[in-house]
Design a protein around this ligand. Structure first.
Ligand code: ZN
Length: 308
């Protein structure tokens, strides 16, 4: 038995398999990515807490002797165990390594892959269908997010999808999740109209939705130039044509709002629908110009969905 395995046994450390499972759960709870394991990193402590490790287990270190260089390297046994577990998940292609992830997110993180995500949902007894609503990042989706966020902004943008790729393929599903994530991040999880920002009590689910300007039903593209982050009420009101946008991103409200019965469209004392008709109301936009909706998509919405 190696010096390391003997120490692991003597100290009654969790098994590598148990740590692998704890890592997958932790990845899930941290939206799909966790930082490299370094001293003082929150994640290292969090997982140790989950296992209820005592001080000795947390601080035991292993000495590796490099005879040639005549030096001794000390490393925490717990960090090594975490690293070995993550390394084994990476070999199984259930997570991406920090050296890979940094190319996508500029952060040294371990990130779930789609396979790792599936495995984690299984582990947590969450149906796979939930993938469409959970905001968990995966390496594959993140790649598309990067592509979507960095796409060129052509003068003559076509907001319609090429017919051939519309069928629901695995790739289309990933793209749909990437669209949703890229839009929500670009708008900082706030409704572009009212600024509402709220998540579920477990902090996993955001209320905000990624709205298509040219909808899927009209073959609209899943990309940032055809998207807008809206709360559920404003998403609905936009989709049914109660309001649209001018080219300068001012809100243009339907004239029919003033014909609504007095008790319609109000939240207690707040005139939800009337608010839309206020003059010079402009939506909040992503800071980066290239991530703002494209005029061609807005124009289509104005001409085809909006009710004057
Ligand atoms: Zn709103």
């Amino acid at each position: 038995m190696s010096y390391e395995s003997k120490m692991l046994e003597d100290l009654k450390m969790p098994t590598q398999r148990e740590v692998e499972q704890a890592l997958l759960k932790s990845l899930f709870n941290n939206n799909g990515a966790i930082k490299e394991f370094g001293t003082g990193e929150k994640i290292v402590e969090e997982i140790a807490n989950d296992f209820g490790l005592n001080d000795e287990q947390r601080t035991a270190f292993l000495e590796t002797i490099y005879r040639k260089e005549n030096r001794v390297k000390k490393s925490y046994l717990w960090h090594r165990l975490l690293f070995r577990a993550a390394d084994s998940l990476a070999k199984e292609k259930l997570v991406s390594r920090p050296t890979q992830t940094i190319l996508l997110t500029n952060k040294k993180e371990w990130m779930l892959t789609e396979d790792g995500y599936n495995r984690t949902l299984e582990l947590l007894h969450i149906p796979l269908i939930q993938k469409d609503v959970l905001p968990i990042r995966s390496y594959e989706v993140q790649k598309i997010v990067k592509k979507i966020s960095k796409q060129a902004r052509p003068e003559n943008y076509n907001p319609f999808e090429n017919k051939k790729v519309v069928k629901i393929t695995q790739e289309a599903k990933l793209r749909n999740r990437a669209f949703s994530q890229a839009i929500k991040e670009a708008y900082d999880f706030k409704c572009a109209v009212c600024g509402m920002k709220i998540y579920s009590p477990n902090t996993l689910l955001w209320e905000i939705e990624a709205a298509h300007i040219v909808p899927h039903s009209a073959n609209g593209k899943d990309d940032i130039l055809n998207g807008l982050a809206l709360c559920r009420l404003h998403h609905w009101a936009f989709d049914v044509g109660w309001f649209t946008l001018e080219d300068n991103f001012q809100i243009l409200a339907s004239r029919k709002i003033k014909d609504l019965p007095a008790d319609f469209g109000k939240l207690e004392n707040y005139d939800f629908m009337g608010q839309l008709s206020k003059n010079d109301l402009t939506i909040s936009l992503p800071k980066e110009y290239d991530m703002r909706p494209h005029f061609n998509a807005i124009k289509w919405h104005r001409e085809n969905v909006f009710c004057q």
